[in-house]
Design a protein around this ligand. Structure first.
Ligand SMILES: [Fe+2]
Length: 124
């Protein structure tokens, strides 16, 4: 069997325009609502054209000590220049956590594949 994991690429989002950027607090209180916002190209803008675009983000949370991650959001961007209209690759949701853990974001470029990033979050 081949593992899909070998396709996941990563890097520093400040130099690599495909890496999803996770905007979330470093610390939150248990049960406190906060925003998780995923962007891309914060430092180096990714193209958004009919030929070359970011198609989606998927977001997971892995609570410390848990066996599996929890899928918390999906963002699909479906307009890339049709009639000069665009959906920019920005996704936001609110969340409440009960345990510290790690947020994972995965992005997909139709030409350059699948990219990942993660951010630890402390729940007090
Ligand atoms: Fe790309």
């Amino acid at each position: 069997m081949q593992s899909f994991g070998k396709f996941l690429q990563s890097g520093d989002w400040k130099g690599e325009k495909h890496v999803p950027v996770i905007h979330a607090p470093e610390k939150v209180s248990a049960g406190e609502e906060f925003e998780i916002k995923i962007t891309i190209g914060d430092a180096v803008r990714h193209p958004n054209s009919f030929e070359h675009y970011i198609a989606w983000f998927k977001v997971f949370f892995h609570p410390e000590g848990a066996k599996f991650p929890i899928e918390i959001a999906n963002f699909n961007f479906t307009t890339h220049g049709e009639g000069d209209n665009f959906t920019d690759p920005v996704g936001a949701t609110s969340a409440k956590l009960s345990k510290s853990g790690t947020i994972y974001a995965i992005s997909y470029c139709n030409i350059h594949g699948v990219w990942e990033n993660s951010k630890e979050i402390v729940v007090e």
